[in-house]
Design a protein around this ligand. Structure first.
Ligand code: APR
Ligand code: PHB
Length: 387
């Protein structure tokens, strides 16, 4: 098989890239190692920057999001069981969209299907060859080996994919911070405790209240990285969440049976550069942020923005455009990496947080409450820096 761009990974990055390339008249094939229902069973974050919303519009995959998503014009922060609001719309005239990433992925599959896009599911053992000049990818499906010849390979295969691992070790520089705690997340069929997200600092640890819709809530609490999930019965989770929330939220919290419960470690990671020969790394394949700033999917989308522009320019005759992808993408990646690290540092209890450290966090949150300048900085980053 021959295509212009071979895309490894059928997550949101790979699907969005494939769709935008198609709209620019560029052919691609997506190789995904799992069946589609498995990809669509992953529960991930649910906050979209407006730039992400606009990219989905551009891709023709925004109709359901516009009907079923929830635009929010602010979030709440809390410390010492007291909350306050950050109004993005007042501060900078911007909003965010609450819409689950799983739904984004579903909508992108629908858009690719409608356009007759080629997506190969259960493509096993993908291997990348000749990245320097005439790249090709081999994979096995139903016991038969296949080969895709292409001009470029887009590595959209997430943190544990094969793309980054195909770059010689010496050609990539890795930057990493592993945080000494994890998030325990619960999805429950209960009305959200608050109309807007609540990010809470507490001496017992961080807590987050999020939602998918009027009857589906998503909550998280910080837990030790080595906590077994079995330790967290629903009752233990709700008790701990309630302790960390602002008082009025704790009093009105509606609890119920969890329909999903999982523990995720927190990590910051960036690989530089995001290109090796004719291979480009995109999204989680190149970088990971802790979920505190809600940046994971949004960064993947900005990578796709830059790569789509570079490839479209290449096929219009600007042969050097792809060489600029890595620097352009990384500039924004590092901004989001800094912001996610800062939100994580501000809101979590670290093993070495003592009473002094706790008061410093509370003082910073009090400053955010009082200072429009401080709130504006948060609002600019949370709603998404310009591409
Ligand atoms: N061959 C083919 N497909 C692969 C391979 C491989 N060797 N390895 C991984 N994949 C697939 C995975 O099964 C997955 O469907 O690549 C896809 C990668 O998708 P994501 O992990 O969702 O990564 P990405 O599309 O970059 O989206 C980034 O996902 O993890 C979140 O926080 C992150 O929201 C962000 C978003
Ligand atoms: C979520 O809704 O799952 C969510 C929201 C905001 C975050 C992280 C996760 O920062």
């Amino acid at each position: 098989m021959r295509t212009q761009v071979c895309i490894i990974g059928g997550g949101p990055s790979g699907l969005l890239l494939s769709q935008l390339l198609h709209l620019s008249g560029i052919d691609s094939v997506v190789l995904e190692r799992h069946p589609r229902d498995r990809v669509l069973s992953r529960i991930r974050a649910g906050v979209l920057e407006w730039g992400t919303v606009e990219m989905l519009e551009k891709a023709g995959a925004a109709r359901r999001m516009q009907a079923e998503g929830f635009p929010h014009s602010g979030i709440r922060l809390a410390a010492r069981n007291r909350g306050f609001r950050i109004d993005f719309n007042d501060l900078i005239g911007r909003r965010i969209m609450v819409y689950g990433q799983t739904e984004v992925t579903r909508d992108l599959y629908a858009a690719r299907d409608a356009a007759g896009g080629r997506i190969v599911h259960e493509a096993q053992g993908a291997a990348l060859h000749d990245l320097g000049d005439r790249p090709y990818v081999t994979y096995v499906r139903n016991g038969t080996e296949h080969r895709v010849d292409c001009d470029f390979i887009a590595g959209c295969d997430g943190f544990h994919g094969v793309s980054r691992a195909s770059v010689p070790k010496a050609a990539l520089r890795r930057f990493e911070r592993v945080y000494p705690f994890a998030w325990l997340g619960v999805l429950s069929r209960t009305p959200p405790v608050s109309e807007e997200l609540i990010y809470a600092n507490h001496p017992r640890g961080f807590a987050l209240c999020s939602m998918r819709n009027d009857t589906l809530s998503r909550y998280y609490i910080q837990v030790p990285a080595d906590d077994p999930i079995g330790k967290w019965t629903d009752a233990a989770f709700w008790d701990e969440l309630r302790r960390r929330l602002p008082q009025e939220a704790a009093e009105s919290l509606v609890t119920g049976a969890s329909i999903e419960k999982s523990i995720v470690p927190l990590r910051s990671f960036v690989a530089e550069p995001m290109q090796h020969g004719r291979l480009f790394l995109v999204g989680d394949a190149a970088h990971i942020v802790p979920p505190t700033g809600a940046k994971g999917l949004n960064l993947a989308v900005s990578d796709v923005f830059y790569l789509h522009e570079a490839l479209a320019a290449f096929y219009e005759g600007d042969r050097l455009a792809p060489e600029r992808y890595s620097d352009r993408a990384l500039a924004r990646v590092w901004q989001a990496t800094r912001f996610s690290w800062w939100m994580t540092s501000l809101l979590h209890r670290f093993p070495d947080t003592d009473d002094f450290g706790q008061r410093i966090q509370e003082a910073e949150l009090a400053h955010l409450e009082r200072s429009a300048a401080a709130r504006t900085q948060l609002a600019e980053n949370y709603t998404g820096l310009p591409y």
